[in-house]
Ligand binder design. Structure first.
Ligand SMILES: [Zn+2]
Ligand SMILES: [Zn+2]
Length: 126
């Protein structure tokens, strides 16, 4: 009896863009960039990987229950103890704040820009 696990089964196969997956493409209302909802690293992509803006669609992540549909501005990033980053979004219409996991293809430049924004806009000399 061998109980080895085949490593190839655990490896996430790179997804090809093919017709079999119902790839939902969205056009960002903020920057006009196009992106797929099938993002690496998250099952609930709801923000643009280019400018990180989101749309207020969910009450809870992924439920698509909100009828606000306001633009959600990325206002900060937060880091988990395990090194995972989260984006803090605030709706410009109803001002609710949501926290979302970043996706693997989010713009690193935009993420870093968010991360250093409090330092650049410091209310006291650093
Ligand atoms: Zn965008
Ligand atoms: Zn809203």
């Amino acid at each position: 009896m061998s109980h080895f696990t085949d490593p190839s089964q655990r490896r996430r196969s790179k997804q090809h863009t093919c017709h079999s997956s119902p790839a939902a493409w969205l056009k960002c209302r903020h920057c006009g960039g196009e992106f797929s909802l099938n993002a690496p690293g998250t099952r609930h992509r709801n923000h643009c990987p280019w400018c990180l803006w989101s749309i207020h669609l969910d009450d809870k992540p992924g439920d698509r229950n909100s009828d606000c549909h306001g633009g959600m501005e990325p206002i900060a990033v937060s880091a988990c103890p395990d090194g995972e980053w989260l984006i803090v979004h605030q709706c410009k219409t109803c001002f609710v704040v949501h926290i979302n996991r970043i996706a693997g293809d989010d713009s690193e430049r935009e993420l870093l820009g968010l991360a250093v924004r409090p330092l650049k806009l410091s209310p006291f000399p650093i």
